[in-house]
Design a protein around this ligand. Structure first.
Ligand code: ATP
Length: 928
C-alpha cells in the first residue's frame, strides 16, 4: 500500500508533511525522511470494554493493526498521513496489462486494460461500474464483475474489444438480448441472461448483465468431470428449452454474441468443434437445427461429464460421430455438402456401414475415408484424439456409465429406464439428418423431459398448424407487428401461402441482386455461406449470378410479431422440408422466394472458440484463453442457443408412418424396446452386474442448498455455456467423488482423465477470421442500432430491435473440457473394409450442377419431405400457438425489474420495433 497526502477523494493537493507531492500533480509521492515515527501504542490500539462494573482494556491484535487497520496504524506513526486510493498500485486484471493502443487504454489485443477498482462510466446515465474482478474472457472481450453503487449491486459487464468487427457484432448481441429480454424475459424462471445496460466507454462497447454464477464447464469440473444425476440433466435440459415452470437450480443462457437470425447466416465456419453439427462440419447449408445437435451434445455431456464427440480435429470429430451413432450422414446431405470430398469417398451404392443388425440394409454411396486416405488427400495426418469412453455405441456409453454407489434395486431399475429415455432423447438430437432432427418443441415433449414413461421409441408428432393460414396473409399496414408475420411473406415453411403473393404483393418487389457467383463468394469471403443479406437469405432464387431477390419493407415486421408473442425466433427454415442446395445462393431459399423469418439461429463459434455453452469461466484467463476449447459457452455454445432452440421451428416427419425417416429411426432404436418391461430390466441388471457403483452424490439431494444468487455479487461456480448456473458451488461438493479404486477397471470414471489442453482448438480458427470476414450485415445492423439507441443513452428498444433484422452472425459456443485418458482407441477398421471406385470421385459440383438452383428435395428423400409438404399450414400454426403461449405467460409476469433502459409497453414496442424498416431493403441495394 502506498500512502498519499491530500484529500481522500482525489488524492491530489494538500501538503506535505509526509512527503513531497506537487500541487495538482499526479507524480509519484516521495516520502520525506522522518515523516513516520516509530509505532507507539496509544489508546487507539486498545479498546476499553466495560463489563458490568469492570472496565477491561482489550488490545487489538497486531495482525489487525497491520491489515484492516493499517491506515489507523500509519496515522499513529504520522498524524499527517492520509490514505489515497488513487495512489494504490494498480492490480491489473487484464493480461497483458500494457496499454499500448488507444492512448494507452488498450493492450495489444485491443482489450481495455482493467484493474481492480477501475471505473467504467456510462456517460449518458452517469452510472458507474467499479471493476472488481475478472469473470471471464472471451473472443469478444472481457467480462468483469463490477459494483454499481447506483443500484447497489454487482453486475457482470462485458467489455468488448476495441475493434469495429467486435463492436458491431456486439451490437447484435445487444439487440437480440434486448428483444429476448423485453419480449420473453419476465420472471425468475426466465432462462436467458438479463441485459441491464450498455454504453461505450473509451471506445469499448460495454454490456452490463445480471451477475450469474459458474458456467457449465466449471460445474462439471467441480464435479471432477463426472456426470450429473439424471434428474439434474433433465432439469437443465428442459431449462435450455425455456421451460418456464422449472424450479430448482437454474441455468441461464448467456453469450448471444454470435447469434444470428435463421436464414441470415454469414459464416460457414461455426460452432465449437465438440458441438459442431455434421452439416456445418461438412459444409452443408445449415439451419437452427445445428443448435439441436449441439444441445444433444451438451445433454450427453451433462450426464457423462465429458464431451460426447470430443474430436481433436474435424476428421476425428466425424469419425467419433459415426462410431458412436453407428450411422453416417445421409447420402443426400453428402451429395450436396461442400466438404464431402474431404472426408468421404464416393463408392456407389455398395457401402454398408458396420455390420450391426440395426443398420443392415442401409447402403450408402459414400464411405468415410480412413486416416491414411485422409492423409493422402489432404497431405496431412489427421489429428486423432483419445477415446474417452469404455464403450463405443451411444447406447452402451450411456447405459454402462458407472452407476452411483449403493443404489437400491428399485433405484437401479429406475436409473436403467431413465437412461433408456436419455438415449432415446439423444437419438433425436444427435441425428445426422438435420431434416429429421427434432425441433425444440418435439424434444420438449419427450418422456425424458416430461417424465412420462417411455414405452417405445419416441415418435413426436409433426408440429402442426393451429391457426388458419389464411389469417396470416393479411397485412395490417398500420400495425405490421400485429401478429401477421406470414403476411409479410416471412414464413418459408408455409410455402403455398407465400407463393400466392410473393411476387405480386405490394409488400414485395423484386429487385435483381448480382453476386459473385460461386459458393461463398457473394461479396464476401470464401468461408461464408453466401446467403447473406436480406435478399439472399430466403427471398432469393434464380441464377446465382443474377439472383432475384425480394425487397420487403415489411419483412422486419414479421420479426416484430414474433417478438411480441414472446418467442425469440421467427419461423422456420425452408430447408427443414427442403434440403437446400449446397450452393450458397440457395441456402435457405424457398422456391417461393419468401423473405425468411429468421430465428435466432445457429450457434456459432466462428469467432468463439469452443467456449460455448458449456463455458468456462476464465477466472484464470491465461489458462483458458479465447481460443481454448474448454471455454465454450452453450453458451453459448449450444446452450447459449437455448433461445435458438426455442425459436427453432423446424418440423420433422416423425409422425408420418411409413416415411423413410421414421423407419430409419425405428430400426435404429428397436433394440431398446425390450428394456421397458420388468423382465428386460432384470436382464439388463444382469448385464450390468460387472459395473462397479460409484459414490456420486446426487445434486438433487443438495437442492436445498442451492440458492439463487442473481445479482448477489458472489460468484460461485455455476453454469454457463453459455449457460450459467446461479448457484453456489458448495452444493456440488456434496457429490462425493467416487473412489477410483472402487471401480472395475473397465468402468472407471473418466474423471481421472487429463484436463483438456487449452491449445486444443481448431487449427483452422483464429480470432482474426472474424475481422477478416464480411461483417456487412452486421455493419448495417450496428449502424441501425447505434443510431437508434444513441450509444451511451438509455436504450430505445424500438430502434434497437430493428437492427436485429439485419443481423447475420451466429455463433454457437459450446465447449467443454475434456479430460481424458486413452480408452478404446480404435483403428476404425470398419471403415477400411471397402474398396473404392476411384474412377468416379465424388464431386459435388459435377454431380449436382444441374440442380444447383433447385432445392434438393424430392430426389433425395421423397417420403420424408412429401409428408411435410402436405401439412405446411398445420405445422406453422402449431408454432404460432406455442409461441403465443409463451408470450402470454411473459406478459402476465411483467417486465424485468432491473432494466436501466426504457422498457416501453411491449405491444407498442413491438409495433415500433422496426419502424426504420425501410433500411431493410438497403441491403439489397448495397449488395448489388
Ligand atoms: N452474466 C454473467 N455472469 C457471470 N459470468 C459471466 C456472465 N457473462 C459472462 N460471464 C463469464 O465470462 C465468460 C465470457 O463471456 P462470454 O461468453 O459472454 O464472452 P465472449 O467474449 O462472447 O466469449 P466467447 O469467446 O465464448 O464468445 C463466460 O464464459 C462466463 O464465464
Amino acid at each position: 500500500m502506498e500512502a498519499g497526502v491530500g484529500s481522500k477523494e482525489d488524492g491530489s493537493g494538500g501538503r506535505q508533511a509526509g512527503g513531497s507531492y506537487g500541487s495538482g500533480s499526479s507524480s509519484a509521492w516521495t516520502p520525506l525522511v522522518g515523516a513516520f515515527r516509530p509505532y507507539q501504542t496509544f489508546n487507539t490500539c486498545s479498546t476499553s470494554v466495560r463489563l458490568g462494573g469492570l472496565e477491561t482494556i482489550v488490545r487489538k491484535p497486531l495482525v489487525a493493526r497491520l491489515t484492516k487497520e493499517i491506515v489507523e496504524t500509519f496515522l499513529i506513526c504520522n498524524p499527517d498521513f492520509r490514505f489515497s486510493e488513487i495512489l494504490n498500485p494498480k492490480r491489473f486484471i487484464t493480461s497483458p496489462s500494457d496499454g499500448v493502443l488507444n492512448d494507452g487504454y488498450d493492450n495489444k489485443d485491443n482489450d481495455l486494460v482493467l484493474y481492480v477498482n477501475s471505473i467504467l462510466v456510462n456517460a449518458a446515465s452517469k452510472q458507474r461500474y467499479i471493476v472488481k474482478e475478472l469473470l471471464g474472457q472471451g473472443t469478444f472481450g472481457q467480462v468483469a464483475k463490477c459494483w454499481t453503487s447506483e443500484t447497489d449491486n454487482y453486475v457482470a459487464v462485458k467489455i468488448i474489444k476495441n475493434q469495429p468487427a467486435y463492436y458491431q457484432q456486439a451490437l447484435v448481441e445487444v439487440s437480440i438480448l434486448l428483444m429476448l429480454n423485453q419480449k420473453v424475459n419476465s420472471d425468475e424462471h426466465y432462462h436467458i441472461v438479463r441485459i441491464l445496460d450498455y454504453f461505450v466507454y473509451q471506445r469499448h462497447l460495454c454490456i452490463s448483465f445480471e451477475l450469474l454464477s459458474s458456467n457449465l464447464y466449471e460445474l462439471i469440473k467441480l464435479n471432477q468431470f463426472r456426470g450429473f444425476p439424471l434428474n439434474i440433466v433433465r432439469r437443465f435440459s428442459s431449462q435450455v428449452m425455456l421451460d418456464l415452470d422449472s424450479t430448482g437450480p437454474d441455468i441461464k443462457i448467456i453469450d448471444f454474441g454470435s447469434a444470428c437470425l435463421e436464414g441470415r447466416t454469414v459464416y460457414s465456419y461455426i460452432q465449437s468443434r465438440y458441438y459442431r453439427s455434421p452439416e456445418v462440419l461438412l459444409g452443408y447449408p445449415y439451419t437452427a437445427a445445428v443448435d439441436m445437435w449441439s444441445f444433444g451434445c451438451i445433454v450427453a455431456e451433462l450426464f457423462l461429464g465429458l464431451p460426447l464427440f470430443a474430436g481433436a480435429s474435424e476428421f476425428d470429430l466425424l469419425q467419433r460421430m459415426i462410431e458412436i451413432l453407428g450411422e453416417q450422414p445421409p447420402d443426400d446431405l453428402l451429395r450436396d455438402a461442400q466438404n464431402t470430398n474431404k472426408f468421404f469417398k464416393h463408392v456407389g451404392s455398395i457401402y454398408r456401414l458396420g455390420d450391426e443388425d440395426a443398420y443392415k440394409g442401409v447402403i450408402h454411396t459414400y464411405r468415410v475415408l480412413t486416416a491414411e486416405e485422409y492423409e493422402a488427400r489432404e497431405s496431412k495426418k489427421p489429428v486423432i484424439g483419445k477415446r474417452y469412453f469404455n464403450y463405443v455405441k451411444l447406447e452402451d456409453v450411456i447405459a454402462k456409465y458407472p452407476f452411483k454407489k449403493n443404489l437400491l434395486e428399485e433405484e437401479v431399475k429406475k436409473e436403467i429406464l431413465d437412461r433408456l429415455k436419455l438415449v432415446d432423447f439423444l437419438r433425436g438430437l444427435v441425428e445426422f439428418d438435420p431434416a429429421k432432427r427434432w425441433s425444440p418443441l418435439q424434444a420438449s415433449n419427450h418422456p425424458f423431459i416430461t417424465g412420462e414413461a417411455l414405452t417405445c421409441p419416441y415418435n413426436p408428432p409433426p408440429e402442426s398448424l393451429k391457426i388458419r393460414a389464411v389469417q396470416s396473409v393479411t397485412v395490417d399496414h398500420h400495425n405490421p407487428g400485429g401478429g401477421h408475420w406470414l403476411a409479410a411473406g416471412l414464413s418459408p415453411q408455409v410455402q403455398n401461402v407465400n407463393r400466392s403473393f410473393t411476387k405480386n404483393s405490394p409488400q414485395f418487389s423484386m429487385v435483381p441482386l448480382s453476386h459473385g457467383g460461386s459458393y461463398g463468394s457473394m461479396g464476401s469471403h470464401g468461408s461464408y455461406i453466401d446467403n447473406y443479406g436480406i435478399g439472399s437469405s430466403y427471398g432469393s432464387y434464380g441464377d446465382p449470378n443474377n439472383m432475384q431477390t425480394y425487397f420487403s419493407p415489411v419483412g422486419p415486421y414479421g420479426m416484430n410479431v414474433q417478438a411480441q408473442v414472446g418467442v425469440p425466433f421467427l419461423g422456420t427454415s425452408p430447408d427443414t422440408w427442403r434440403r437446400p442446395h449446397r450452393h450458397g445462393s440457395l441456402f435457405g431459399v424457398s422456391p417461393t422466394g419468401n423473405l425468411g423469418p429468421m430465428s435466432l439461429g445457429a450457434s456459432p463459434s466462428q469467432f468463439t472458440p469452443p467456449s460455448s455453452q458449456v463455458q468456462i469461466s476464465t477466472v484464470s484467463p491465461g489458462k483458458y484463453g479465447s481460443s481454448s476449447p474448454a471455454r465454450g459457452s452453450l453458451h453459448g455454445s449450444p446452450l447459449s442457443k437455448a433461445a435458438v432452440v426455442a425459436q427453432y421451428n423446424r418440423r420433422r416427419a416423425w409422425g408420418n408412418p411409413g416415411s423413410s425417416a421414421v423407419q430409419l429411426h425405428e430400426s435404429s432404436s428397436q433394440h431398446w424396446q425390450g428394456y421397458h418391461n420388468e423382465g428386460s430390466v432384470s436382464s439388463q441388471l444382469d448385464n450390468y452386474s460387472h459395473v462397479q457403483f460409484s459414490s456420486r452424490g446426487s445434486l438433487a439431494s443438495s437442492n436445498n442448498s442451492y440458492r439463487r444468487q442473481q445479482m448477489s455479487g458472489g460468484r460461485g461456480p455455476g453454469l454457463s455455456a453459455n449457460t450459467h448456473l446461479s448457484h453456489p458451488p458448495s452444493t456440488l461438493n456434496s457429490n462425493a467423488p467416487p473412489s477410483h479404486t472402487s471401480l472395475a477397471s473397465g468402468d472407471k470414471y473418466e474423471s481421472s482423465l487429463l484436463l483438456p489442453d487449452p491449445a486444443d482448438w481448431d487449427p483452422n480458427y483464429s480470432d482474426e477470421l472474424l475481422l477478416q470476414e464480411d461483417n456487412y450485415d452486421v455493419s448495417s445492423l450496428s449502424s441501425g442500432i447505434a443510431n437508434g439507441m444513441q450509444l451511451g443513452n438509455v436504450i430505445n428498444p424500438a430502434t434497437l430491435t430493428s437492427g436485429v433484422t439485419r443481423l447475420s452472425h451466429n455463433v454457437n459456443q459450446a465447449s467443454t473440457s475434456s479430460s481424458s485418458r486413452l480408452l478404446n482407441q480404435r483403428t476404425d477398421g470398419q471403415f477400411q473394409a471397402h474398396s473404392l471406385d476411384e474412377s468416379n470421385p465424388h464431386s459435388t459440383n459435377d454431380l449436382h450442377a444441374g440442380f444447383s438452383r433447385l432445392p434438393n428435395v424430392a430426389q433425395n428423400s421423397p417420403s420424408r419431405f412429401s409428408q411435410q409438404s402436405q401439412q405446411p399450414f398445420n405445422r406453422y400454426n402449431n408454432h404460432m400457438q406455442s409461441t403465443s403461449m409463451h408470450g402470454l405467460r411473459t406478459q402476465q409476469k411483467g417486465q424485468p425489474s432491473r432494466s436501466t433502459y426504457n422498457v416501453p409497453d411491449s405491444r407498442s414496442a413491438a409495433n415500433n420495433m422496426f419502424s426504420n424498416s425501410m433500411q431493410w431493403g438497403n441491403l439489397c441495394n448495397r449488395a448489388i
